[in-house]
Design a protein around this ligand. Structure first.
Ligand code: ZN
Ligand code: MN
Length: 465
């Protein structure tokens, strides 16, 4: 008997970052006050006519190009008819037969290995509003109604919740890198649906659609739950019903919502208020996706995947890291120092101050001073903090008293090496040779070295020679 295997396809809806909504000039942004970004078009007043938002179309094409999909530059919108209180027109303007993008692939790393998920299509449509439910009534907020929404559909070739999870995570990263969406699941900017079936061998089982997965964790848990539920049904001789299920966030289980509608239930037909468009003459550059960027960083800097992942999820850090190495030499020692201070100290400071306040050139300067033993690690960290507090590096270094024992020791060591005659003189009882050496330490540090500690350490060092 062949083994029961799950097959999973994902449908992802993501909000598109644009100035205005998909078919009207209302601002496309969040608001605390309901129903302020609305107009006759997005509230479906009779006679109001939609106009296509070119920015949204271009962003969708840009995504398709980056993911190696086939672009349908000539396409059109359709009406998808369904009834829901937050959908004022009672249809959604969407795409059906001719999506903007067909095919495509998302490449990512799965447990350190290269992996990919093929896409079926990417199309553009409009979002619905939001319902706010109270005990005896509901209210509707149309601020989001008519906002541009990209729908991405994968092939049903995903075989585990982990694959689905890592794919979804990578997609979030891609959408952010291509500046298509903020793709924050917590804010509903990206929403997941999973089509899950379990069948023997390569045979497909009955497909169950799980909706309303609003976090990566929910996506993963719902898939695991559904695979187990379907396996149990099949193994007990029962059958899986084709239906749409929801995810209960508290019970952590799926529940039946309705039996699945078929495509014909939506009565798709071309949107008569919009003419087909043709963007064949526009040129859109293919942009790098995070998968390629990771590989480049690993190759250029000898970092491992885990280290690159730390940088790639903080894009400012990746940019900063590369900017620092426009100044510093890309050698092992520098890479190690920069990576470590960046991902510990600067990460901490950025979290506290909500922005990166250090310039790459200042950071590079500090790294060089550290390597030349002119400053200690403590002074390095101290200088970072002061820069975030608003001080200028030049002033910090000017004022900076060198009072760190290790740094003073290494400065003394250098001074002694450079002045062997004075050391001999001191050993031969010439007391003023000591003052000469102190003077050399002062000169070397432009007077920043702490005289008292220096005297003490120099005396110890000379006695022990
Ligand atoms: Zn509007
Ligand atoms: Mn959709």
């Amino acid at each position: 008997m062949e083994e029961l295997k799950p097959k999973i396809g994902l449908e992802i809806h993501t909000e598109v970052k644009t100035k205005s909504k998909m078919f009207c000039s209302c601002p496309n942004k969040e608001a605390d006050t309901p129903n302020i970004y609305i107009c006759p078009v997005c509230t479906a007043q009779p006679g109001a006519l939609p106009v296509i938002n070119k920015e949204a179309v271009i962003k969708t094409i840009k995504l398709g190009i980056a993911l190696d999909g086939k672009i349908n530059f000539k396409s059109y919108f359709v009406r998808k008819n369904y009834f829901y209180p937050d959908l004022p027109k009672n249809y959604q303007i969407s795409q059906y037969e001719l999506p903007l993008v067909e095919g495509g692939v998302v490449k990512f790393f799965l447990e350190d290995k290269e992996f990919f998920v093929k896409l079926r299509r990417i199309h553009l449509e409009e979002d619905a509003g939001k319902m706010i439910h109270f005990e005896n009534f509901s209210l509707v907020d149309f601020n989001r109604a008519g906002a541009p929404l990209i729908e991405i559909v994968t092939e049903p070739t995903i075989s585990s919740s982990l694959e689905a999870y890592e794919f979804a995570k990578e997609l979030i990263l891609i959408l952010r890198y291509l500046d298509i969406s903020l793709a924050n699941p917590e804010k509903g900017q990206i929403r997941f649906e999973a089509n899950i079936s379990v069948g023997y061998g390569e045979k497909l089982g009955t497909r169950v659609e799980v909706k309303n997965l609003n976090s990566l964790r929910a996506l993963k848990e719902a898939i695991d739950y559904e695979i187990e539920r379907q396996k149990k049904l099949i193994l007990s001789g029962s059958f899986v019903a084709q239906e749409t299920r929801g995810w209960d966030e508290n019970k952590r289980e799926t529940f039946i919502q309705r039996s699945k509608e078929e495509a014909h239930d939506y009565r798709y037909f071309p949107e008569p208020d919009l003419v087909p468009f043709d963007l064949s003459n526009i040129k859109i550059e293919k942009e790098k996706v995070p998968f390629e960027i990771r590989k480049e960083i690993m190759e250029n800097y000898g970092l491992n995947l885990k280290e690159v992942d730390i940088l790639i999820w903080q894009r400012w850090a990746l940019v900063f890291f590369e900017d620092v190495f426009k100044i510093l030499e890309k050698n092992k020692e520098n890479i190690k120092i920069v990576f470590n201070y960046l991902t510990t100290d600067i990460f901490g400071l950025v979290e506290k101050y909500k922005e990166n306040k250090i310039k790459p050139e200042d950071f590079a300067k500090l790294v060089n001073l550290l390597k030349e033993n002119k400053i200690s690690s403590r002074i390095f960290k101290d200088a970072l903090l002061k820069i975030f507090e608003g001080e200028i590096l030049k002033n910090i270094l000017k004022e900076k008293k060198i009072d760190d024992v290790d740094t003073i020791r290494s400065i003394i060591k250098e001074v002694l090496k450079e002045n062997e005659n004075a050391v001999l003189d001191f050993k031969n009882g010439k007391e003023n040779a000591f003052e000469f050496l102190i003077g050399q330490c002062m000169r070397k540090t432009s007077g920043k070295i702490d005289p008292e500690i220096t005297r003490k350490i120099l005396k110890e060092t000379l006695t022990n020679l």
